[in-house]
Design a protein. Sequence first.
Length: 267
Amino acid sequence: MVPSHYSLFAYSSAFRTAPLYHCSETGSTMDDARSLPAQTADGTVLWADLQHAGRGRGAGRSWHARAAENLLLTLTVSRAAATPAGRHSEIGSIPLRAGLAVARTAVVLGVAETDVDIKWPNDVLVCGRKLCGVLCEGAGGRFHIGIGLNVNQTDFSELQAESGPAADRAPPPGPTSLALATGRTLDRVTVLDSLLSCLETSLRDPAWRSAVNGRLYRRGLTAGLRCRGPAAHVQILGVAADGTLEVLRGDGSRVALLQPDELIYTR
């Protein structure tokens, strides 16, 4: 059942009759979504103003955001609603398709089309700075899509004070927000409406791969990229249907990368 600290939010979702639940604060909307019953309607959303234990992709990575300034939510969908019709083998690309939805949302809300990139496997950048992170988990034929989208936060000094990367690596992208990118404060419900509409279409978009590759961060570039393992520069070719990243080695061989730590952005 829905955790008791959530309340039904009066809202007409792009996912037809799916409910949206809101709370002022929680540990993690992703953790809360795991308690939803198996018959939960496609498109059910848990939305919190503040998370105390938000997570990023990978062990020990967290997501920090100020209260009531951003969108911190988890969307729950079935396999059928999470993939293009008849293409269940593309389950692994859900984070990329969710990222595509965020990228399209940013453009709808006024961010310049050419400023928005999708960084494999789960980030959305604006002018090279991180706007959003996506985290996906699956269980029992259902998928929980966690999204942390910076909307109105403009002060990220707490984040920037965290320790930097190893000496041989490029620093991770600094944060940005829709407010910084557009020069105005946005109504979060308006942003939510655009986001859910874009998610409903992008998750099942049969042409998602070309759309993602058209925005893929550093696609076609070789400088500053190398595969984990034997030191070698690689060129990013694009994403495959299963969500892996295809790269080209200097010897002409192609490699499909599954985990983000297989690719290192060097200084």
